[in-house]
Design a protein around this ligand. Structure first.
Ligand code: GAR
Length: 202
C-alpha cells in the first residue's frame, strides 16, 4: 500500500470524500495514514478522528518561521512514512523542502477549471465569486500535481460543472464540490497511488 497524508484547513468535505472512497474500496493502493491541519479547530480533524486516522496540527502560530515550518512539516510526514500527499482544501502554500521531497507525489484539488480562476489568492469561495463576476457559464474542478508554482503543476483530472441562473457563490461552490471535487479527487489519488505501487512515473 502507498501511505497517503491528507492536508486540510477547514470543513474537510474533500477529506470525507477520500475516506468514503477508501471505505468503498475505491482508493486503489492509497491508504489514508495521516490527516494534517494547519488549524487546530478545523472540522476536518474531527472527521479524521471519527474514521480512526491519526491527526497532526502544525500552525503558523506554532511555527511562524516559514523555513522551519517547511522543515517541521517534512519531519512529520517522514515520521509517518508518508509516500504521497493530497491537499484537500489546505490553504497554505507548501515549502520548497516538502515539495522537493515529494516531487510528482502531491495532488491538489482546485475548485475551478485551471487555467481559469487560479493562482495566488484564488481559494475557497473567492474562486466562485470571481467566476460569477466574470459570467462564465461553465466552471468545474481540477486535480493536479503540485510544483513550486501556485496551481501550475500538470493536470491529472478535470470535470466541468454548469453555472445556473441565480447562483450565489455558496450555491455554486456546493455544486462544484458535489458534481466535481468529491469525484475527481479520489480518482486522481487512485491514479497516482496505483502508479506509485507499480513503480511507474506519471
Ligand atoms: C474546496 O472547495 C477546495 O477545492 C478548496 O477549498 C475547499 C475546501 O473544502 N481549495 C482551494 O481553493 C485551493 N486553492 P473542504 O475543506 O470542505 O474540502
Amino acid at each position: 500500500m502507498v501511505k497517503l497524508a491528507v492536508l486540510v484547513s477547514g470543513g474537510g468535505t474533500n477529506l470525507q470524500a477520500l475516506l468514503d472512497a477508501q471505505a468503498r474500496g475505491e482508493l486503489g493502493s492509497a491508504s489514508i495514514s495521516l490527516v494534517l491541519s494547519n488549524r487546530k479547530a478545523a472540522y476536518a480533524l474531527e472527521r479524521a478522528r471519527n474514521a480512526g486516522v491519526p491527526t497532526e496540527v502544525l500552525s503558523k502560530v506554532m511555527e511562524p518561521d516559514p523555513v522551519r515550518y517547511d522543515e517541521r512539516m517534512l519531519g512529520i510526514l517522514q515520521g509517518y512514512g508518508i509516500q504521497m500527499i493530497a491537499l484537500a482544501g489546505f490553504l497554505t502554500i507548501l515549502g520548497e523542502k516538502t515539495v522537493g521531497a515529494y516531487e510528482d507525489r502531491i495532488i491538489n484539488i482546485h475548485p475551478a477549471l485551471i487555467p481559469s480562476f487560479c493562482g495566488k489568492g484564488y481559494y475557497g469561495l473567492r474562486v466562485h465569486e470571481e467566476a460569477l463576476k466574470r459570467g462564465v457559464k461553465i466552471t468545474g474542478a481540477t486535480a493536479h500535481l503540485v510544483n513550486l508554482g501556485v496551481d501550475e503543476g500538470p493536470i491529472l483530472v478535470q470535470k466541468a460543472v454548469e453555472v445556473q441562473e441565480g447562483d450565489t457563490p455558496e450555491i455554486l461552490q456546493r455544486r462544484v464540490m458535489e458534481q466535481a471535487e468529491w469525484k475527481i479527487l479520489p480518482q486522481a489519488v487512485k491514479l497516482l497511488a496505483d502508479k506509485l505501487e507499480r513503480g511507474e512515473a506519471l
